[in-house]
Design a protein. Structure first.
Length: 297
């Protein structure tokens, strides 16, 4: 694998680390299977790209994209807690609706950002190749957001949100408004995903209505893979595992596609994803008997 391919995989892995953090919030913290991710990722890209091409500041456009994603998460949660629609079905309904909304926002299937000013444009003035500077900048951003999320989940509000996911009946008995925390958690989750979509569009130079296809699988692969790699007993470990899992997943995909002996091509990406996710889910169960045997000795 070349240096450019290696750093490119890390760059995309860091971008999807934000998706993994969002998926961790919904799937692990709230125990809410959320497929809205496949719609909120391209939503963030669509909002950001549309605003940039009309002359808006890229930073404001990125914030607006995150807010749009939060609104998508609120809609999904509202369908569940207010209209009593099954959480999985509620997220599917929102995801389907977002496809049309994204087309409305962009006015066409895709929007090009080549030649436009983005949040990454200042990095071109450092005199160092962008493929080196960009992963460093993204690493700083991702870890700042990771620390902010760690602080939030250990705050009083975050603890109430975690209690809502672990045991909603007990949480309600303690006076916690579980509906409010589900809505807030889903908003935060999809805001992170939409922000990832906005940054992805700016780094790749285009926003497309099909960007969201398979994003939830990639997010789950990062979360499950990270949990298979390291211990996630503490929140800070779990969020760090999401980041590591996302990077390792992208490196594994890049390695598989660049290994000539395997004969894999770009169209085999979904096959590789399925295999990696399966391995990530099976490995913890395979290691457990060996751990127990080691303790017994």
């Amino acid at each position: 694998m070349s240096q450019i391919a290696f750093l490119g995989a890390i760059e995309v892995g860091l971008l999807f680390a934000l998706v993994a953090l969002g998926v961790y919030l919904s799937f692990r913290i709230l125990q809410f299977p959320d497929l809205t991710v496949d719609g909120s990722f391209p939503l963030g890209a669509a909002v950001c790209a549309s605003m940039i091409v009309t002359g808006s500041d890229p930073y404001i456009a990125s914030i607006a994209a995150a807010l749009a994603g939060a609104c998508a998460g609120i809609v999904t949660a509202w369908l569940n807690v207010r209209l009593k629609i099954l959480h999985l079905l509620a997220s599917i309904l929102t995801m389907i609706a977002l496809y049309s909304i994204n087309l409305r926002i962009m006015g066409r299937p895709n929007v090009a950002l080549l030649g436009e000013t983005t949040v990454f444009s200042p990095l071109e003035n450092f005199g160092t190749p962008t493929y080196i500077v960009l992963p460093i900048a993204l690493a700083v951003l991702v870890f700042v957001l990771k620390l902010a999320l760690d602080w939030f989940l250990n705050s009083e509000i975050g603890l109430a949100m975690r209690a809502t996911g672990v045991n909603p009946r007990m949480a309600r008995a303690q006076g916690i408004n579980t509906n409010r925390y589900i809505i807030g958690g889903m908003a935060l989750s999809n805001a992170l995903v939409a922000l990832a979509g906005a940054l992805f569009a700016q780094s790749q130079g285009a926003a497309d209505v099909t960007l969201g296809v398979g994003v939830i699988v990639v997010g789950l692969a990062a979360v499950i893979g990270g949990e298979a790699i390291m211990n996630t007993a503490a929140v800070w470990r779990a969020t760090f595992a999401c980041i590591i899992g996302s990077i390792v997943y992208r490196l594994a995909v890049a390695g598989a596609l660049n290994a000539d002996m395997l004969g894999l091509k770009a169209q085999d990406l979904n096959l590789i994803t399925a295999v990696l996710v399966t391995l990530a889910m099976v490995l913890p169960g395979v290691r457990m008997p060996f751990r127990k045997k080691g303790r017994g000795q």
